[in-house]
Design a protein around this ligand. Structure first.
Ligand SMILES: Nc1nc2c(ncn2[C@@H]2O[C@H](COP(=O)(O)OP(=O)(O)OP(=O)(O)O)[C@@H](O)[C@H]2O)c(=O)[nH]1
Ligand SMILES: [Mg+2]
Length: 257
């Protein structure tokens, strides 16, 4: 068995993290790969799938709200910090599955994962295997040039915080036209095209900052390609798998097929 590969699905609220977690598991199982799902959101009410490991077995937002007299957002932050105490145990439970792939569904509020210390502690709780962040972008935001720059900015900001590789995904790719999707992909591959679309939008004052941000990102080489995925149509999941294989195994296929 190869070492465990952990994929963290992160993204803004409603970007499709939970749906992709489950879709990836279904896809992997169809290929004969073994994969488990982990819910890392202590506040989720209805998940839509049964996770193999669930943070709510250790800490939960409703309990913390009750105990500390907090609202849901304050309780999420306390939960993240309380959960950190259990991360080694959770990592051991995850390891006990001896699974090739661990699919980790993160909280709705991206800032909880992106900016709290707890996520770094969780990432470092594992003593073997490898981790990748799969950052899901909203296609409705990405089809606007300054929207795409702001999504890249968030991606770059997360990338600069963690010593973990990050892949950019356009989620719900079935919800935009093929033309919009190829425009987004083209912009991500050709920063000059994105820059010129930003200039085309110059009548409004909004893109000025986006132009400066894009220049800065180019100078740091933060710009990167994007993987379109539709979880509902099961499209693009194999591309994500291939990117991960390239990243960690130089393209070697783990599938028993
Ligand atoms: N059309 C389409 N809808 C999708 C896709 N993925 C998710 N959705 C829908 O988008 C909504 C949000 O999906 P979730 O998977 O719950 O998103 P999430 O990021 O886990 O949401 P939070 O955890 O609340 O932040 C649901 O209604 C899903 O059915 C997709 O690939 N295509
Ligand atoms: Mg979710």
């Amino acid at each position: 068995m190869a070492e465990e590969t952990r994929i963290y699905f992160i993204g803004t609220a409603g970007s499709g993290k939970s749906t992709l977690t489950q879709a990836y598991k279904n896809w992997a199982e169809e290929r004969g790969l073994n994969a488990i799902t982990v819910n890392l959101d202590p506040g989720v009410d209805k998940l839509g799938y049964q996770p193999d490991v669930d943070i709510r077995d250790w800490v939960s937002v409703p309990e913390v709200m009750e105990e500390y007299g907090l609202g849901p957002n304050g309780a999420q932050i306390v939960c993240a910090d309380l959960a950190a105490v259990h991360f080694h145990e959770i990592a051991e439970v995850i390891g006990s599955f001896r699974s090739d792939y661990v699919l980790i569904d993160t909280p709705g509020q991206i800032e909880l994962f992106a900016f709290r210390k707890a996520s770094e502690v969780f990432l470092n709780s594992f003593t073997s295997g490898q981790s990748v962040l799969a950052y899901i972008m909203d296609p409705m935001v990405a089809r606007d040039p300054s929207g795409l720059v702001s999504l890249f900015l968030l991606s770059s900001s997360i990338n600069s915080r963690f010593n973990t590789p990050l892949l950019n995904i356009i989620g719900k790719s079935d919800t935009v036209t093929k033309e919009d999707l190829s425009q987004i992909v083209e912009w991500s591959l050709e920063p000059d095209m994105l820059m010129s679309s930003l200039y085309d939008n110059m009548e409004s004052s909004k893109p000025l900052a986006a132009i400066e941000f894009l220049r800065a990102m180019e100078s740091f080489n933060m710009h990167r390609d994007i993987i379109p995925i539709s979880s509902t149509k099961m499209e693009g999941i194999e591309d994500l798998y291939n990117y991960i294989q390239m990243l960690f195994f130089g393209g070697e296929d783990l599938s028993p097929d």
